[in-house]
Design a protein around this ligand. Sequence first.
Ligand code: ATP
Ligand code: MG
Length: 363
Amino acid sequence: MFEIALKLLEKIEERGFRAYIVGGFVRDYVLGIESNDVDICTNAKPRDIRSIFKDACFSREEYGSITVILKHIRFEITTFRREYSYMNHRKPERFEFIDDLQGDLLRRDFLINTLCIDRNGEILDPLNGKRDIEQAIIRTVGNSYQKFSEDALRILRAVRFATILQFQLSDEVKIAIQKTKVLLKKISYQRKREELDKIFTSVHVKEGVQLLLELGLDQELELEHLSEISKFDDLIGIWAQLNVSSLYPFTSNEKELITKIQKVLKMDHLDSFVLYTYGLYVSSIAAYIKGLSKKEITSQYNLLPIKCRSDIVLDGREISEIVRRTPGPYLKGILEDLEKKILNLELENSKESLTSYIKEKYS
Ligand code: ATP
Ligand code: MG
C-alpha cells in the first residue's frame, strides 16, 4: 500500500504538482497500525487528477475531493484548501483552493492528523503532530472551541480516535467539548451513526462508551440507555440495547434484527421454539445480553431436531395426500402443529411417525 501510494505521489509530481500522503494513513503508519485507505493532499485540482489517472476508477467529485481506486486501494485525493464559514456546524459554506500545504494542514481537525509523507517516503511534520502521537494525546489544530463550533462532528471524531488509539483528550479539548456539545443536535443521524459505529466496533468499546458518558454526550446524542449497556460484543446488539431505531438510520435488515433481538430480550426464557423462530444469530446475541452463555445457546441450537420448516420430512403435498384432500391453506395449520410437536420432542421427525400422527389427528 505504501509503495503504491508513493508511486501515485510520483505520478502527480511528475506533472509539476506537489502531493503528500496525509491524515489517518500517516498517523497509523507512525503507530505501526495498518490503514484501509490513503488520504492524499495536493495542489493539483480534481480535473488535473482525472487527467493524470485516465484509466483509474473515480467516484463522484465532492467538495473538491476525488476518490481514485488503484489496485483495489482507495485514495482520497483532496486539493489544498482553506474553508470558510461553516453551515449548520458541519459543512463549510465555501472553500477556496490554495497552493500551500501549511495552509491546508491548518484547516484540519487534530494535530495527530497533520503529518505528511512525501514522494521519497520522508515524514513531514510542520505542526509537530508527531509529538502528540508520541504522547498519546489528542489536541486540535488551533483553538478547540472554534474547531468544534465550526464542525461538531469533530467532537465525535475526537472520541473515536481517543477510543481506537487509546489516546487522552487534552484538557482544552475536553473543556471545548463541554461548551459545544449541544451542537451535536445539528449533525445528521447518519454521520453520527458512522462515528458511533466505529467506536462501538473498537476493541476498546467499553472505554469509548465510558468517555461518551463522562463527557455527557449520551444526552446530546439522544442515547438515553447508553449508561445501562453492559454487553458490547456485537454492533447490532449494542444498537438493540440503545433502542433508537426510530431516530438513527438503519437498513431494513438491521431494523429487523434489532426488533427481533429486542423481542427475545423481553422473553423469560429461551426455549427451543424461540431458538427455532429467531435463529442462532438473534438468539445468541439476546442470550449474551441477558447474561447467558453464547456457547450454551449454540449447542442448544445445534441440538434442535429441525432448524427450519423445510427440515420437516413431509412437505405440504405429501400431507395433503395423507389426509386425501387437495392442498389448501389448511396445510399451514398442520405444518405449524408438526413443527411445535417436533421441537418439543413429542414427535420424531420421520415419515412413519409423522404420517401416523397426521392420519390419527387430521383424517
Ligand atoms: P480514518 O481514515 O482512520 O478513519 P482519518 O484521520 O484518515 O481516519 P478521514 O475521515 O479519512 O480520517 O480524513 C482524512 C483527514 O482529513 C484527517 O486525518 C484530517 O486531517 C482531515 N479531516 C477529516 N475530517 C475532518 C473534519 N471534519 N475536520 C477537519 N479535518 C478533517
Ligand atoms: Mg482516512
